[in-house]
Design a binder for this molecule. Structure first.
Ligand SMILES: [Zn+2]
Length: 586
């Protein structure tokens, strides 16, 4: 028996010895890592709405064939390994069976939703010696690969190109479909490629003669602005009647004030809202760049387009989820309110969005940005949008017409309760859109066109631009309390008037400031340097929202009808006021 144990021990010992000898042999004969086996390629990536430059380091060495990618990667990046290897092979370049390691640096930023096929391919080609490290130096490469070696478009090209520029890189090799998006900077050389072969040909060429292989793309930004501003066919001239609402929208467009329209179904609320972009002042270059960055990251810039030059108009359906509204995901993608930055969010059937969703708008309406907290960090996205809301006065839509409305008291209470006081407080103007009379519809007289309204808006916009130069504001609605104090100075009679209105309508401090800001815009539209009595009265007239918030607390079916009528009357009384004294509220 002991001899059997001895034999086993002997065999085991021999095996260990052989393994040791082989490993020694492999290591001593393995070629030392050559410099050409390592390469580094620059690419760009997006994290939230920020972009950064990323290095793709590739090392090919002898050893068991493997393909490893490291650097805080999501599964979509891990998948790209197979795609890249197949694409390179199908482009006619063989990859020897070796150990390939790809590292993405900086390693501490989670990489998600990023496509890095093309830079990884370029890295492998450099390590294989097909390209030289010198060829890819100072070049940013981005793109997705098909298995056949064809290059497909990616998201976020505009911010990536901007980051490259900030980092002193002035050549970008991008998918052909993305070149227009990247070519907005004059000092950047944007080169579009459609296959791996084409990229290799371009990069192998000496730098001085590269333009002969593929000419860099150039875009005339000025022409783009004039081209895209062409009318979309929606004109205020098509809407008959509703003069009060039109006037309110004009004021809103001029000063960027939030508006709530209340009226029965079919009175034209949506029709009016959809014509709003036509009268807004055009985007400035700076605004356009900010909007385009967000659209680029969301992959929403139409192919062949460089910049978004029209103010965004987004009308979400009321079934929208919380994350679609504000931004969702582990690394949040921009939500509706961020996509509508510098533009309009139109929320039709406002109470139907649900109290929770509506209340989410409180912070963005105040701070013009949204903060989203995730495990990966706190993300702050811009949300400087104009809220245009529309609602029926009750669930059936016909209140206070008691003949038509058959809603019960609790129904209406619940319906109005979906909009909280703080939200109403943030809406500068509330205007009713009653049913249009038949004679107004059949009246052949021409309504004012969007172009005429837009010219008035533009004039008042220029006044504001002059007023706020160097202050960081663009519109009257943006003024902080200090600016309100400075630019909304009142004469003694106006001051007296506002004081009495403040008392009668039991205004909050926030409402007081909002009334002043709206009055400032009305004065601007009238070409007046000072805020006058009439401007204040008109601005107060748009605070119908106060009636709504009050009706939530002191509700009574008949009573509310009375309150509504009384309120309208009192506002009318105040608006009609010609003397220096305000008539009694009750
Ligand atoms: Zn009703």
């Amino acid at each position: 028996m002991p001899s059997v144990y001895l034999l086993h021990f002997y065999i085991f010992f021999c095996l260990v010895l052989i393994t040791f000898l082989i490993s020694q042999c492999v290591y001593s004969h393995a070629p030392r890592q050559e410099e050409s086996m390592f390469s580094s390629v620059t690419t760009g990536a997006v994290f939230g709405i920020e972009s950064y430059c990323m290095q793709v380091e590739t090392d090919i060495s002898d050893g068991l064939p493997s393909f490893t990618m490291v650097g805080y990667l999501s599964h979509e990046i891990r998948e790209s390994g197979e795609r890249v290897k197949t694409a390179i092979r199908n482009a006619g370049i063989s990859i020897p069976a070796s150990r390939i390691v790809v590292n993405f640096s900086p390693a501490d930023i989670p990489k998600q939703g990023v496509v890095v096929d093309l830079p990884v391919a370029a890295g492998i080609l450099c390590s294989l010696g097909v390209l030289n490290n010198e060829d890819v130096k100072g070049v940013l490469i981005a793109g997705e690969l098909g298995l056949d070696g064809v290059i497909k478009p990616v998201r976020g090209v505009l911010p990536i190109v901007r980051t490259a520029r900030e980092n002193g890189i002035h050549t970008c090799v991008l998918p052909v479909e993305n070149v227009a998006e990247g070519a907005v900077f004059d000092d950047m050389k944007i080169v579009g490629v459609d296959t791996i072969r084409k990229m290799i040909r371009y990069l192998l060429e000496p730098i001085e003669t590269r333009d002969r292989i593929i000419a860099p793309t150039r875009v005339d930004i000025q022409a783009l602005f004039t081209e895209q501003r062409a009318n979309d066919g929606l004109d205020f001239a098509d809407v008959h009647g509703q003069h009060a609402a039109k006037r309110a929208l004009e004021i809103s467009a001029a000063g960027f004030h939030n508006v709530l329209m209340t009226g029965p179904p079919g009175s034209g609320k949506s029709m009016l809202a959809r014509r709003m972009p036509g009268i807004l002042p055009p985007l400035t270059m700076k605004e356009s760049m900010e909007v385009s960055m967000i659209y680029s990251i969301a992959g929403r810039i139409p192919q062949g387009t460089s910049l978004i030059t029209k103010r965004p108009f987004i009308a979400p359906h009321h079934t929208i989820t919380r994350s679609a509204l504000t931004g969702g995901g582990t690394i949040p993608t921009p939500g509706v309110i961020t996509l509508a930055d510098h533009g309009i969010v139109f929320m039709d059937e406002f109470p139907e969005f649900g109290r929770e969703n509506i209340d989410l708008l409180r912070q963005p309406l105040e701070d013009h940005e949204i903060q989203i907290s995730r495990l990966t960090g706190v993300f702050t996205y811009p949300a400087r949008f104009l809220l245009l809301a529309a609602m029926n006065p009750c669930p059936c839509g016909y209140f206070p017409d008691v003949n038509k409305c058959n809603c019960t008291e609790p129904d209406i209470k619940r319906y109005l309760g979906k909009i909280s006081g703080p939200i109403l407080d943030r809406i500068d103007m509330c205007v009713s859109t009653p049913q249009v009379e038949i004679n107004e519809l059949m009246d052949g007289s021409k309504e004012e066109s969007s172009a005429v309204i837009a010219s008035r808006v533009m004039e008042s916009r220029q006044r504001q631009e002059f007023r706020f130069r160097g202050m960081g504001f663009l519109f009257n609605a943006d003024m902080d309390s200090r600016a309100v104090e400075k630019f909304c100075k009142l004469g003694s009679s106006e001051e007296k008037l506002l004081k009495s209105v403040f008392k009668k309508l039991e205004m909050s401090a926030r409402t007081y400031h909002r009334v002043l800001k709206t009055a400032r815009t009305i004065a601007d539209l009238g070409g007046s340097e000072n805020i006058r009595d009439d401007d204040i009265m008109e601005a107060v007239g748009y605070r119908m929202s106060d009636y709504m918030s009050r009706s939530q607390t002191e509700f009574d079916h008949r009573g509310t009808e009375r309150t509504a009528r009384e309120h309208t009357k009192s506002v009318r009384d105040i608006s009609n006021h010609t003397g220096k004294e305000v008539r009694k509220y009750e």
